[in-house]
Structures are given as structure tokens and as C-alpha cells.
Design a protein. Structure first.
Length: 491
């Protein structure tokens, strides 16, 4: 296929050249009705190119197949059979993928390190989760993706499960043995869905971890805005094989998606595909070389350790590591990742990705260069020099892997939509959660609706919040109170 083409971008350019006068949404009419103060910030081009997808970008009947041609080019660029664009982020795409595999009250094997969007999908769908344990690193208090053996054991206990869902890479850059997991699923003729939100770049350089389609995944969900050049909310999901019906997957996406998609998001996806098809290997050759250099230089800063394959990969850990995710352990500085991230934003005007009780992370992409690397290195060096003012007596009480695992008492859907009440956090032990309690980022819930809360998990969340952890999805983000299921009255 001719990857110099960009159907969405070309259609937008043609729309502008025709000088059409729309009597349709959007109501700003190519910016003429937008407040000039807004246009000053967002730019004239944003409004000029904000048009309807149908009866705008394409004609009323979609005869030019603008979006479909762009999706076919994307599928060809990455080696998938079918690709769908989404303007609602991978939070929607992964829900559509789940619904295409399992229906209400049917079982789906899911790694317990799943993103909150997966749990939202369970609440909406009524799918019954069979949780598969991640590979826990008890020393570093970190979860890596579950192993093929863990999925094998789960299938042995739940042979009627409709398929499996695994997250890889994780926000920490660690990757599952996807080929092994696919083999476990396909031996039973069950599909495997991969939430590869952090892996948009993986198809475009051989030195990056194997991407999901090459490893045998049936459906792969990718957030192009995370590691690619897409706008926020841009996502694609890919399909191969016949274990998941193409038309059913499309119908599930249509069920959840918007009828007013942003063609600006489509255009950025289209342009990113062209960029990667033409220049991806060269761009990531440079990005990987920069990552090797930056990792080495950060390792030389006092009090900082950059996690590498020796830390994260091997038996009982991850199968691979994306080197573009720079995960820095700062425990030796005597402070938390929360405080360090806030300090760096305030004093050096840089924003970091994941921060937790002992780590900060910086995401490198093809957009970085020695200039942005220098800014990061100067900021981290200054953080090391000023760590004394960031030290805190607050200790985050991270539970053991065994104590982190909560008992699933009710389906997430039943707990979320059932009768609930707020109880003081110090009275919530033994109660069944009716909400997600999710340190964010990375957005992996510690407690789910339907799980029984324990003292170690409540202490972890309480001590984390006091240390700077954010739990934005809780009804009370300070966790002075927790939403729980109303207990039946004693007979």
C-alpha cells in the first residue's frame, strides 16, 4: 500500500479548499463563532479543521471511505488484519474488546494489574472476572504482568472462561510473555486481548519488545497519544484471526463510542501512521540511543538508580522491558516519588509520568532529543542536591503481595450498583468496597467494587494519601470515608 497517502489529512485539506459553507455542527462554523480569546490560545487551524466526519470530511453516505482507507493503511503499517480508530481513548477500546469476547455473567481471565478502564468495563458489562495474579516483586513492591503458567492454572480452574486479557507493557515498561500466553489461550481456541496502551511504538523497531500482534494476540488495544504522535484520546485497536468476530467487535465499539468523533484526532492518527511507515525505524533508532545515554547518566546521579532488565526481567518477573520508560528508584534520597514529582514541577517546570512511594518515571519518545534530555538531567541532579528538604517522616505502609490481594465477594457490577453507604476509613475493615480506590497514575486499582477491604490495604491507602498519593476516583479522595456495600440486616 502507498503509505505516502494520508486520507484523513487529504480530505481535510480538500474540504478547506472547496470553501464549503456548513449548516451542520459544530456550531462555531470553522471558528467564526468562537470567542477570539479562545482562538488566540487554541489557534485558528483547530477550529478551521474541526468538521463533521460524515457530511463534512466525507459525504452523507461515506462514499469516499476516508476513514476506512486510513484504517486499512494503519493495519498494513503494523501487520494487523483489521484496524479501528477510536477518539475516546483506549479506555473505550479495551471495553469494546472485552465485550466482543465475553458477555454478561460469562467469565474472562484478567490480570489483576489491569487498568481501571478494564474494571469500568466489568461494571458496565456484568462480565465475571477471574483474576490472574501478577508476578509480584516483594522487595521492590512492584507488580509485573502475569506469566503464561498463571493463565494456564486459571484456565484449569475455570475451563469455561471465554478468553483472557493481559496488560503489556505496564506503565513501568515491563512486558508479558505474550507468545506464551497466546499459546495457552489458543490451545483452547480462546482469544487473548492485550491492553497495549503503552506500546504504540513497538511495531516500528526490532530492538523494542515484541508487539502484541506479532506475539499472536487476537485483539490489541493501543493508545497512540501515549507513546506516539496522536492527540490525547487517540486510540486504535487491531484484530487478527477469526476467534473474535470482526462485525461483533465493530458493533461493540459502536455501542460505546461517540456518534460525533473528532476528525482532528483521526487526522493525527493518520499522520502518525504515515510518519511511522516512512520514518519509524530511523526515529526509534535515535530514541533508543538517547535512552541508553540518558539511563547511564541518571544512574550516575547520587541517590538514584535506573531500573533495568536485571531488576525487572527474569524468572518470576517480567519477560521484557521497554527501555524508553525511565523508571528511577529514589529511595536512597529519603523521600517519596510523590514529593519529588511535585518539587520538580514547581522548581524545574518539568512533568513526570508515574510517581509512587519510592520511584519517579520519565517517558522518552521519538520526540525527545539532547535538549530535552539535558533539561531532565539538570532537574534530577538538582533534586539529588536538594533531597534533604524533601525528606519526610511519613512512611507508606506497602503490604506484602499476599496482603494486597483482596477477596472478590461480589461482582464489580453488583457492588457498584447495589445499595451503598459511606463509612469512616478506620471502620471500613471487613466491609465490601463499592468503589474503585486507584492510586493515579498509573491507574491500577488497589481495591475494586466487590472486594473485601482489609486492614493492610486500608493502612497502605491512608499512609499513601498522607504521603502525597492521589486517589481521584474515590468518593472521598482523602479517604476519611470509604463507599461500601450496605450489609444485609441481621435476621
Amino acid at each position: 500500500m502507498d503509505h505516502s497517502q494520508a486520507p484523513v489529512l487529504e480530505a481535510l485539506a480538500a474540504y478547506a479548499e472547496t470553501g464549503r459553507t456548513p449548516f451542520t455542527p459544530p456550531g462555531h462554523k470553522q471558528g467564526r463563532g468562537a470567542d477570539p480569546r479562545v482562538r488566540t490560545v487554541l489557534g485558528e487551524a483547530v477550529f478551521a479543521h474541526d468538521v463533521l466526519a460524515i457530511s463534512g470530511l466525507d459525504d452523507r453516505a461515506g462514499r469516499h471511505e476516508v476513514l476506512q482507507r486510513a484504517e486499512r493503511l494503519m493495519a498494513d503499517a503494523v501487520g494487523a488484519e483489521h484496524t479501528f480508530f477510536s477518539t475516546c481513548g483506549s479506555s473505550l477500546s479495551v471495553k469494546a474488546a472485552m465485550l466482543s469476547v465475553a458477555g454478561p455473567h460469562e467469565e474472562l481471565l484478567i490480570g489483576r494489574d489491569a487498568h481501571k478502564s478494564v474494571v469500568s468495563g466489568l461494571i458496565l458489562s456484568g462480565v465475571r472476572p477471574v483474576w490472574v495474579e501478577p508476578n509480584w516483586d516483594p522487595d521492590r513492591h512492584l507488580a509485573h504482568p502475569p506469566s503464561p503458567e498463571a493463565f494456564e492454572r486459571a484456565f484449569e480452574r475455570h475451563p469455561d472462561a471465554k478468553g483472557a486479557l493481559v496488560t503489556s507493557p505496564t506503565p513501568y515498561g515491563t512486558c508479558a510473555d505474550l507468545a506464551g500466553i497466546a499459546e495457552v489461550c489458543h490451545r483452547r481456541d480462546r482469544p487473548v486481548v492485550v491492553d497495549e496502551a503503552w506500546g504504540a511504538h513497538l511495531p516500528f523497531h526490532p530492538d523494542l519488545p515484541t508487539w502484541a500482534m506479532d506475539a499472536g494476540a487476537d485483539v490489541c488495544v493501543t493508545s497512540v497519544h501515549k507513546m506516539g504522535s496522536g492527540l490525547e484520546q487517540s486510540s486504535v485497536f487491531h484484530l487478527q484471526g477469526e476467534r473474535v468476530d470482526l462485525h461483533h467487535l465493530a458493533a461493540c465499539a459502536d455501542l460505546l463510542g461517540t456518534t460525533s468523533p473528532s476528525v482532528l484526532v483521526y487526522a493525527a492518527l493518520d499522520g502518525w501512521r504515515r510518519q511511522m511507515a516512512e520514518q519509524g525505524r530511523e526515529l526509534y533508532e535515535r530514541a533508543l540511543a538517547l535512552a541508553r545515554s540518558v539511563r547511564s547518566r541518571v544512574e550516575g546521579i547520587e541517590g538514584m538508580h535506573v531500573h533495568d532488565r536485571a531488576d525487572f526481567c527474569g524468572p518470576g518477573r517480567a519477560a521484557d522491558l521497554d527501555p524508553l520508560q525511565l523508571i528511577v528508584d529514589i529511595a536512597a534520597l529519603g523521600t517519596t516519588g510523590y514529593r519529588a514529582a511535585d518539587w520538580l514541577r514547581e522548581h524545574h517546570h518539568i512533568t513526570l509520568h508515574v510517581s509512587d512511594h519510592r520511584r519517579i518515571s520519565a517517558q522518552l519518545t521519538h520526540a525527545d532529543d539532547e535538549g530535552t534530555a539535558a533539561v531532565l538531567l539538570a532537574a534530577l541532579s538538582d533534586l539529588s542536591r536538594n533531597a534533604g528538604e524533601l525528606r519526610t517522616p511519613t512512611v507508606v505502609e506497602v503490604p506484602s503481595p499476599a496482603d494486597l490481594r483482596l477477596e472478590q465477594v461480589l461482582l464489580p457490577r453488583d457492588a457498584f450498583f447495589g445499595r451503598t453507604e459511606m463509612v469512616p476509613g478506620n471502620k471500613a475493615e471487613g466491609r465490601v468496597a463499592a468503589e474503585m480506590l486507584t492510586p493515579y497514575p498509573p491507574g491500577i486499582p488497589v481495591a475494586l467494587p466487590g472486594e473485601r477491604l482489609t486492614a493492610p490495604v486500608l493502612r497502605y491507602l491512608d499512609s499513601g494519601v498522607r504521603a502525597g498519593m492521589l486517589v481521584p476516583d474515590a468518593a472521598d479522595p482523602e479517604l476519611g470515608s470509604v463507599k461500601v456495600v450496605v450489609e444485609p440486616a441481621a435476621s
